[in-house]
Design a protein around this ligand. Structure first.
Ligand SMILES: [Zn+2]
Length: 76
C-alpha cells in the first residue's frame, strides 16, 4: 500500500520502511540511559503497533501506548 497523503500532523510510523500515518505513540524508557520519568516515543500505525510493543516489552523498556492525539510536548 502506498500513498502520498500525510496525516494532518505529518506523523509517520516509526517502523523501518513504513510510510503509513501514525495512529499510536508507543512510549518507552531505557532505565540504563534515561531518567525514570523520561519517555521516548515510537510512532506506530495499526499494523506495526504490536511489533514495536513486543520488541520493547522483551527488553522491559515498554511503558504504555497512547494515541498520537494524547502525546504531549514532554514526550519524545
Ligand atoms: Zn507502520
Amino acid at each position: 500500500m502506498s500513498t502520498d497523503s500525510q496525516h494532518a500532523e505529518g506523523l509517520v510510523c516509526s517502523a523501518k520502511g513504513c510510510r503509513a500515518p501514525a495512529v499510536w505513540a508507543v512510549r518507552w524508557n531505557n532505565p540504563r540511559i534515561h531518567a525514570p520519568e523520561r519517555r521516548k516515543v515510537w510512532l506506530a500505525c495499526d499494523d506495526h503497533r504490536p511489533h514495536l510493543e513486543r520488541h520493547l516489552e522483551t527488553r522491559q523498556f515498554w511503558r504504555d501506548t497512547v494515541t498520537v492525539g494524547e502525546l504531549t510536548e514532554a514526550d519524545g
